[in-house]
Design a protein around this ligand. Structure first.
Ligand SMILES: Cc1ncc(COP(=O)(O)O)c(C=O)c1O
Length: 390
């Protein structure tokens, strides 16, 4: 359809294009100087002056979550507490290591994992927790950090949606977790097509992730060809573990370097759009997305409305009608307990996750991205208002 408004689009400028072209001309396509520069800039952005943070670029958040769990020693027989209200990547990485994800329900106020339910799910096998900052709203991390300390558990934050987001004024990625992982997938708030970043203060985790993201090799290719001062010949390297192929390319880092410079402005625009939706939908039979507490940043990766029970048309019908009016929508998420693999492997049933089930059945994610014009947003507002007033 002509003039179809897609659900999401990246916002790539001439700066990103020129930087990619520069890498292509330089001959350095894979992990190299741009990746290093992107990592430093990212660590500085998240740390806001705290130099103890290390950022490690990878080729997806999935890879980053996998590496972080591996670095923590998660293995077969272990349990990792996660949520059903997420993308399958959050839980699948636990299975990569032969461990079991234990999925818990959300708090309907925040759509984030309910800390009380995390505590109830702890067993002698529990080793770690993966809180997900749904849609870009930071989780209530204080009770999660406190219970992790009490039970000696590790925390890896799934911050795929949460750049930039803050909790009690501190940037997500700089809290007291063991590691935080961001996604730069094409639709995310910072997009490099595919990409991700692990942020940690723990030197052991950083060292292990650095080695394991590139085949378990002790010196990466950039190091080998640019650090003759180590006294080793450039061709020499040692394999110290059976690692993975998870490194970021300089082509992706070229995009990331410029996206990072814009990420605050992008957030401001998304926040403005969210506020406009909130105001426009105030009289409609729907619940707007949860807000960040006063003074905190919401990344607004997603704008999810939940239809009131009184609305006669169902969620699917609303999506169909919006699509017929040229508007792309989505649903975040189809909870993991409804997918055959998770349902059958762990014998899951919707009655175990009443809040996630209810949210899923009534939720629609509306388009919210910086390339949308004011007229695009007016079109969405009018269409939603129109369909819901019938
Ligand atoms: C909550 C969540 N975690 C992890 C991921 C995985 O990110 P990536 O595509 O960068 O591997 C996604 C992707 O959409 C996500 O939504």
């Amino acid at each position: 359809m002509e003039n179809f408004l897609p659900f999401a689009l990246p916002d790539i400028g001439e700066e990103e294009i020129a930087e990619v072209a520069d890498s292509m001309r330089s001959g350095w396509l894979t992990t190299g100087p741009k990746t290093r520069a992107f990592e430093s800039a990212f660590a500085e952005f998240i740390g806001e002056g705290d130099n103890s943070l290390v950022a490690l670029a990878v080729n997806s958040a999935t890879a980053g979550l996998h590496l972080a769990l591996e670095a923590l020693g998660i293995a077969s027989g272990d349990e990792v507490i996660a949520t059903t209200y997420t993308f399958t990547a959050t839980a699948e990485v636990v299975r990569y290591l032969g461990a079991d994800p234990v999925l818990v329900d959300i708090d309907p106020r925040t759509l984030n994992t309910d800390p009380a339910r995390i505590e109830q799910a702890i067993t002698p096998r529990t080793k770690a927790i993966i809180p997900v900052h749904f849609g870009g709203l930071a989780s209530e991390m204080e009770p999660i950090i406190a219970l992790a300390r009490r039970h000696n558990l590790k925390i890896i934050e799934d911050a795929a949606h949460a750049l930039p987001a803050t909790r009690r004024g501190r940037m997500i990625g700089s809290l007291e977790s063991d590691a935080t992982v961001f996604s730069f997938y094409a639709t995310k708030t910072l997009a490099t097509g595919e990409g991700g970043m692990i942020v940690t203060r723990d030197k052991q985790i950083a060292d292990r992730c650095r080695v394991m993201r590139l085949h378990g090799i002790s010196r990466d290719v950039f190091d080998r060809y640019t650090s003759p001062s180590t006294g080793k010949p450039v061709w020499q390297y040692e394999v110290v573990a059976p690692g993975y192929k998870y490194n970021m390319t300089d082509l992706a880092a070229s995009i990331g370097l410029h996206q990072l410079k814009k990420v605050r402005a992008f957030q401001a625009k998304r926040a403005e759009m969210a506020a406009r939706y909130d105001a426009a939908f105030a009289g409609l039979p729907l619940m707007p997305p949860p807000q960040a507490p006063a003074g905190d940043l919401h990344a607004w990766h997603l704008y999810v409305i939940r239809l009131d029970d009184s609305v006669r048309i169902g969620r699917d019908e609303l999506i169909n009608q919006l699509s017929a009016r040229g508007i792309g929508c989505s649903v975040h998420f189809i909870p993991l307990h409804l997918h055959p693999y998770w349902r059958d492997t762990y014998k899951l049933h919707p009655t175990q996750f009443p809040n996630a089930q209810q949210a899923y059945e009534r939720s629609v994610s509306l388009p919210i991205y910086t390339r949308m014009t004011s007229a695009d947003q007016t079109h969405v507002i009018e269409a939603v208002s129109d369909v819901l007033s019938i």
